[in-house]
Design a binder for this molecule. Sequence first.
Ligand code: ADP
Length: 395
Amino acid sequence: MADLILVLNAGSSSIKFRAFDAGPAEPELVLHGQVEGLYNAAKFSAKDAGGALIGERRWEPDVALGHQEATDYIGDFLRSHRADHRLVAVGHRVVHGGVQFTEAARVTPTVIAALDRLTPLAPLHQPHNLAPIRTLAEARPDLPQVACFDTAFHRAQPEVAQAYALPDSITRLGVRRYGFHGLSYEYIASVLPAYPELGAARATLAAHLGNGSSLCALAGGRSVASTMGFTAVDGLPMGTRCGNLDPGVVLFLMDHLKMDARAIERLIYKESGLLGVSGISSDMRTLLDSDDARARFAVDLFVYRIGRELGSLAAATEGADALVFTAGIGEHSALIRERVCRAARWLGVELEPAANAAGGPRISTARSKVSAWVLPTNEELMIARHTRAVVRTAA
Ligand code: ADP
């Protein structure tokens, strides 16, 4: 009988899940899927490790399937589909661990209360992340649950990298740079040693370019600096988020357009970035396929900002030895990689076009002073690893 770890990634309108066999040295994917369209016309689908469809269901809009029902449904599906397994633990992606959680944590009532208190720091994500944790804690109190944080990996950064130049009374409220995408960068850091050149690199700049995008400087397997700050809206322009913004702009919007916090939140999280600048789409593929000048400018701005921020991170690490691309755009768009590498030529990156077109892993020439790479990220595997480690330590 196989021991399974279930990984849940709950958002506002979906729960993504992956089940891993916890037995082998590295947890092995068994099946994965999602429930989308929560509180609307929900839809469940599941695939096996090879990508074959193994389950599908749709609900009428009037059913309004919520997080609790979706969590129950995933549990029932797992039980009926894999009768030969034992569910040994559930690992959750939790966006915010504040300053307190510097590593993955076994869920207890005290931990749930502490994570709940962090909701004001991530109001759009934290409550959704916590929903399935609460459901399972109530329904299956004996089932070990582990919270894995997007912020934890960055807590190793030097204090100056985490601080804002604000009065201490404000900093003490938790207003500091947390950095996000930590599970992705931690996974990338864990695979670097598999490539001798990357294993030997003193500093590596990693670019997680997806719907959400950020950069992180890695040294000695740790995060040294990153582009996301107090929230995941800071840093690079993203699909719909604006990235770096002079706080004076926010004051201007309040004073002159009389926008309140919710209106500004909508603007900077949902209506900006690639979507806002192009007026066409938040999807990089759509923009790259478009002849519209606004689409071109949105992509230009995206690449320009990545180039500027790479410079900032390279300054924090006093030079870099490698550049790693990951996530949807980073893994799949040879054109964006080419343009970013051109913006990083001054750093010593020399692209090998054929290797880039082939998708890597190494995409720089042999003589490139700074090597460039494509390494697929795997946040869910990172969660499965943490979950297994925490449960084993506790056993
Ligand atoms: P998320 O941050 O939601 O996990 P992903 O990492 O899946 O998102 O990234 C989604 C982004 O990747 C979208 O902008 C999509 O257009 C882009 N993308 C995926 N494949 C390609 C491709 N072949 N070329 C350009 N962009 C791509």
